[in-house]
Design a binder for this molecule. Sequence first.
Ligand code: MN
Length: 203
Amino acid sequence: MKFEFAELPYAYDALEPYIDKLTVEIHYSKHHKAYFEKFTAALAGSEFEGKSIEDIFKNISKAPAALRNNGGGYFNHNLYWQILSPKGGGNPTGKLADAINKDFGSFEAFKTKFNEAAANRFGSGWAWLSVKADKSLCICSTANQDNPLMDIADCPGTPVMTLDVWEHAYYLKYQNRRPDYINAFWNLVNWEKVSDNYSKALA
Ligand code: MN
């Protein structure tokens, strides 16, 4: 399996005013790119070379820290950029909306729970919406660059949506106000993409 550094699906300034141009530029072209490069370097010649990212994460407890941190950093940011869009926001529809209502009670209750997961992650990490093995939805957060596909995760599942709550994701614009960044995020969620991820996770 050969991994690639995917193009950002929009311009650096496309997420303004919710996420500023400089933050997106540095986050994608410096932070994300560095994870990608360190991931492929750590993979080269290792016993994990040639495996899918899912297989790598399933055995991450046996992998060196460089693979865990940088493989997570590579994968997590790919999902993050994909589920954001300048045309995002609003409400989910269809089967995803039905599942959110069923598993969380309402869209508002879902948002509250996701916001809490993002706000309460101490230090650096990620908030997740995932599909569990029983096909229900769950919200959780992970530290550093861990994710729910990893065998060390205490909230295992297939991620369909994520929010980066590392300070590098918001500090230039929001400084210490992580909750303002979390609230702004909802204006950017690409529900079509999240729905698509949800359908694939069910398949
Ligand atoms: Mn990040």
